[in-house]
Design a protein around this ligand. Structure first.
Ligand SMILES: [Fe+2]
Ligand SMILES: [Fe+2]
Length: 166
């Protein structure tokens, strides 16, 4: 059971979470957290949005969970190249385990638009692209918040010790 505590969501994602290769994402840092946690967040946000819009949310949730399914295949590349190429790696890796629909391939391939040049073909792809951005923003802000708290703690620590020394 994940932290999202939604039985239907859990049922949709559990076949993917059972894949050993996918679990390796737990050991890769991504936006200051793990790529596994980031993928789960994007999947959950996409699940909620597509369900409320009465779309095929199972198809969307699966593709959203698989959208960053890459390990070290593109890590040797520069940042921009990595940003552009990892969706293709994710499609390749996901295809080893699942028979992806055309829509799911499009969702994964275009989730970095406009960094990748071809725009999404489906509403579902736009949703995952947007939810990926929202998740990245949230994770970035949370990390920044942590850094601010750490900086404030260190500042206070030095102020208190400076005052004590006098
Ligand atoms: Fe990505
Ligand atoms: Fe992502």
């Amino acid at each position: 059971m994940s932290c999202y505590k939604d039985e239907e969501f859990e049922n949709i994602v559990s076949p993917i979470l059972g894949i050993e290769e996918f679990n390796k994402l737990k050991y890769i840092t991504h936006h200051g957290i793990t790529r596994y946690d980031h993928s789960m967040r994007v999947a959950y946000f996409s699940y909620k949005a597509s369900k409320s819009l009465k779309l095929d949310y199972k198809e969307v949730t699966e593709a959203a969970l698989l959208h960053d399914f890459f390990l070290d295949e593109v890590n040797h590349e520069g940042r921009v190249d990595r940003l552009r190429h990892h969706p293709d790696c994710a499609v390749k890796n996901a295809s080893k385990y699942f028979n992806l629909s055309d829509k799911q391939v499009d969702i994964i391939k275009t989730h970095m638009f406009p960094v990748t040049f071809s725009p999404p073909k489906y509403l579902e792809s736009w949703i995952v692209d947007f939810m990926d951005d929202i998740a990245a923003l949230y994770e970035g802000c949370y990390r920044m918040h942590m850094e601010i708290r750490t900086a404030m703690f260190l500042f206070m620590f030095f102020v208190v010790n400076f005052v004590k020394m006098r």
